[in-house]
Each structure stands twice: as C-alpha cells, then as structure tokens.
Design a protein around this ligand. Structure first.
Ligand code: HEM
Length: 512
C-alpha cells in the first residue's frame, strides 16, 4: 500500500516545531514517546506543579470532580478580568459607582468583563467549599496530608475575604450595606471591639476602625478594601496556592485503586485489597496527556458556561450608595448570610466572631483529631460514621442557615415565605422574650458542657478507643461537637421558650 503523504498543515506544523525559535522555548519535540510525556511536565514551569505520573484512580472525574483545579482556574479568570476592570475603575466615593455605570454602558465588552468577574467570584466561593467537602469525604486530609488541609482552610478564608472585599467596590446600596453588616460584627470582637465583651478600646481605635479606617463605611474603607482586594489578598492566595499544589505533588494524589466488583461485594476495602496486591499502587499513567487533557476540557466547559451566563445575566448594580438610607432588610453576601441569620439568636460577638473562629479552628484541628486511618483515597462512609455524621451535620446547618437568611428573611428580618408579599409593618416577632436568671443559666450551661463531655463515655465505655484518640483529643473533639449542637439548642430556646439570653452580664457586654 502506498504510504500516505503528510498534509500541508502537518508539514507547516513540523517546520514550526523544528524551528530555532520553537526549540528555544520548548526544549524537546513532540514525538509521542514516554520520555517526552515526562519531559512535557518536567520542562514546563507551569505544568511541573503536577507529578509526572499519577494513579489511574485519580483521573476519575467522580473522585475529585475537578473541583480543586476548577477553583484555581476561576482564580485565573478573576485575575485576568480583574486587571482589565482596574483600567476603568477608580476607588473613590466620587467615581467608583459612575465607573461601574461606564463599564455597563460605555466601555466595549465592559458588561461581559464585569459580569464574568462577578459570577466567577460566586462560583469560586461555591466550588472551594465543595472541594473541601470532597476532600473530607474521601479522607484526603489524613496522614500525610494534614498540613495541606490546613493550607486549604486558610485558602478558603482568603477566598471568602477576596469576595467580601470586592463586594464593596461598586459603591452601590447593595455594596455599602452588605459591608456595613459584615464590618459591624468586627466592632463586637471581644476585647478588641468597642461593642464587644470586655472591651478595652473605643470606636476610634477598635477592630472595625482598623478595617474601615473610620467608624463608618466611607472613602477610607473603600480604599482599604480596594488594596486588600487587588493586592494583599491575591498575593497571599498565590503564595499559599503554590504551596498547596507543591504539597499535592509531593504527597501524591490520594486516590487509591478500587478492588474489582466481586471483591467489593464481599466487603473488601480498597486499603485491604491494596495491601494484598501492593503492585496495584505502583500502576501509574503519564500526567501528559491523561490528566492535562481532562483539565483542559473542564476549563473549556467552565469558560463556556461562564461566558453564556455573563452574556445573559447582568451583575447587580443598585442605586448609588447612600449612607442615610438603610435598605430593609440589609443582607450580607450570601456566603455570610448564615452568620447574619444567627444574629437573631446570638449577640454579634458570638454570631460574627466566636462562631466563625470556632468553625475555622475546628476545621484546622480536624486532621489532627481524626485518627481513624480508614477511607483514605476513596469515598467511605461505613467505616467513619461519626466523622461523616458530624461534618455533614455542620455542612447542612451552614447551608440551611444561608437558605433561611437569603430566601426567607424580609423586612425587619422577619420570616416571609417566597410567595408572601413583604409587609414592612409586620409586628416584630422578637417581643416578649425574656432572659433566664443568671443562676439558672449558669447551671444549664455548666450542665450542657459538663454532661455533654462525659455522656459519650458513659454510654459507650470504649468511645475514646473507637475514636482512636487520647484524653486531649477526646476533649477537643467533644468541645467542637458540643459547640455545634449548641447552635440549634439556642434556636429552640428562643423559638419555643422565648429565651433571649441564657446568661447576661450587661456590664461586660457578655450575653449568651
Ligand atoms: C481556594 C482554593 C483552592 C484551590 C485552588 C485548591 C486546589 C487544589 C487542587 C488542584 C488539588 C488537586 C486535585 C484535587 O484534589 O481536586 C487540591 C487537593 C487538595 N486540596 Fe485543595 N484547593 C483549594 C482549597 C482547599 C481547601 C479549602 C481545602 C480544605 C480545607 C483543601 C485541601 C486539599 C487537600 C487535602 C488536597 C489533597 C487531595 C488529594 O490528594 O486527593 N484545598 N487542591
């Protein structure tokens, strides 16, 4: 059979690849040999954050759902669109809002730019949360990946802060009032906030003042948020995400091969199977093109979705910010609305400061107190019921509070069903609440924490052994578990027993 002649196009491609310019950039040609597949990764500054080879199990979409990679890709989209937005935006009270209007009506592709930036930010917050959940459910935070989980928790915090600081920049009613709700919580910080328990500061030098450069959201706050949003937080993100990727590469992807179906049916766990067949852990495929091509396809699909979304839906822009006209209700950005919802039940120092700090500390402590070695590298619920139960409960509570705050709260922060019209004159449901006498409150709180700490041990003698922790680990675990269940307890106390505070010390601004 006659040999097929190479097409004109492939001739041109070959000439380009053999040229001095091409070879000076890419240090090898593209014959598809195993050596070149390795070189593709090793000799490329961006790709070499990947390992050269990965286990086939880590290529499966339903293992990572591509969530980590897509979160990073969204960060890239946000950086590019953000830099273009900076060409047109001035962070001053006089100009900020009108620059937004110009972007909408005057600048070519301005709406696409702004919409894409806004929607990508929302999607990123969402995906990072789900990436964390997926890492949790496949136990990928256990040894040796504990530290990378902690880096991830800080990345989650930075993602929230990036989005929150950006929220103020359009300088419309939505922006300043959402940020007012958020930053008012800083004034409730214990010791360092003017309105917090045991305050040692005034409104002129407390935590809110440091954040805003003023007591109110104004020019100084806008500039601070702008610098945080465009310089400090992205820089911190880049440094930490590089560390995060580097550790993923060094610790290897956690995915382990699953046993064949018939073995699984017999209840054989992947770790047991891998122990019996150590060779399966050594089976690897090249990252180029197997993983890189999947990443590329995911990025293209996400870009397409975001582009269509940004063409059909405009990012919100309300009236010009007016510090004298408070919208009712004023809502925080959706990812913080759950905390705002908790303001119904707790003082701001608990809802806005103590609980978020506890959530972050609990997440950071997680890999160090969860000593159960089972389930690393695959979705396993059977062998880790306690951990899965607690994490899922926390996640559901978080999204439930967001749902109530975002969809069901109306004027006066009253509950309105989606089909009910907002009645601005509805009498407030907060009347008739009472405080428990302090002696009873202290007894109840002491009883809750005291009994709660020992109860699991009384019910099941080997509870600590089952958890695989010592006395300190047990105390830490129970502390966070009790803190998590304290939230619905307080909700029940208020809604069914009309209790406002369990204990109250107004002289110290300390009310629980
Ligand atoms: C904010 C942006 C973040 C980015 C861009 C990011 C990116 C990535 C990527 C690309 C991977 C490898 C692939 C994958 O497992 O999906 C990864 C893995 C990992 N991430 Fe993240 N991540 C972020 C946040 C977080 C958070 C919030 C946590 C947890 C609190 C976390 C913990 C981990 C861990 C433990 C791994 C290793 C997983 C494994 O080996 O299977 N990351 N991350």
């Amino acid at each position: 059979m006659a040999e097929q002649k190479p097409s004109k196009l492939s001739e041109i491609a070959r000439t380009i690849r053999m040229s001095q310019i091409w070879k000076s950039i890419f240090r090898h040609n593209y014959q598809d040999t195993p050596r070149n597949r390795a070189l593709m990764i090793l000799s490329n500054v961006f790709l070499h954050l990947h390992p050269v080879k990965v286990r086939p199990a880590s290529l499966k979409y339903r293992y990572t759902w591509g969530l980590g990679g897509l979160s990073f890709y969204l960060f890239l989209i946000l950086t590019i669109t953000g830099v273009f937005l900076m060409f047109y935006y001035r962070p001053t009270v006089e100009h900020a809002y009108w620059d937004m209007k110009d972007l909408r009506f005057v600048v070519s592709f301005g709406p696409l730019l702004r919409n894409m930036h806004r929607w990508a930010a929302h999607v990123m917050v969402f995906l990072v949360m789900f990436h964390m959940a997926s890492v949790f459910y496949r136990s990928a935070y256990k040894t040796p990946r504990e530290y990378n989980w902690v880096v991830g928790v800080i990345l989650l915090l930075i993602t929230f802060l990036l989005s929150f600081t950006g929220y103020l920049l359009p300088w419309d009613q939505l922006a300043i009032w959402a940020v007012t709700v958020g930053t008012n919580m800083a004034a409730a910080t214990p010791i360092l906030g003017a309105e917090g328990p045991f305050s040692l500061v005034t409104a002129e030098n407390d935590a809110r003042f440091i954040l805003l450069g003023s007591k109110l959201v104004g020019q100084a706050g806008l500039l601070r948020f702008y610098v945080l949003h465009c310089v400090l937080l992205p820089l911190a993100f880049i440094i930490l995400v590089s560390l995060h990727f580097w550790r993923v590469r060094k610790d290897e992807f956690s995915a382990v091969p699953l046993p064949p179906k018939e073995e699984r049916a017999k209840g054989v766990r992947p770790e047991e199977w891998a122990k019996a067949h150590p060779e399966v852990l050594q089976q690897k495929v090249f990252t180029w093109p197997n993983l890189v091509s999947r990443e590329f396809v995911s990025a293209v699909v996400l870009t397409a979705i975001l582009t269509i979304w940004s063409v059909v839906a405009h990012a919100p822009l309300e009236e010009l910010a007016n510090p004298n006209k408070t919208p009712n209700p004023s809502k925080a950005p959706w990812y913080f609305v759950g905390l705002q919802e908790l303001l119904v039940y707790f003082d701001p120092w608990i809802a806005g400061v103590a609980l978020p700090t506890l959530i972050l500390m609990g997440l950071i402590a997680l890999p160090y107190v969860d000593k159960n070695p089972k389930g690393v590298g695959y979705y396993n619920f059977r062998d880790r019921k306690f951990a899965v139960g607690m994490f899922t409960y926390g996640l559901v509570l978080w999204f439930l509070l967001i749902f109530i705050g975002y969809y069901l709260r109306g004027p006066g922060w009253e509950i309105f069903m989606p089909w009910e019209p907002w009645d601005h004159f509805r009498p407030t449901s907060g009347v008739g609440l009472h405080n428990l006498p302090n002696w009873l409150g202290i007894l109840l709180l002491g009883g809750y924490w005291g009994v709660g700490m020992v109860l699991p041990k009384l019910v099941s003698k080997d509870f600590t052994k089952k958890l695989g922790v010592g006395a300190i680990g047990y105390t830490v675990v129970m502390f966070f578990v009790l803190a998590m269940f304290f939230v619905p307890m307080k909700i029940i106390l208020r809604n069914f027993f009309a209790v406002k505070y369990i204990v109250s010390f107004p002289a110290f601004n300390l009310n629980i």
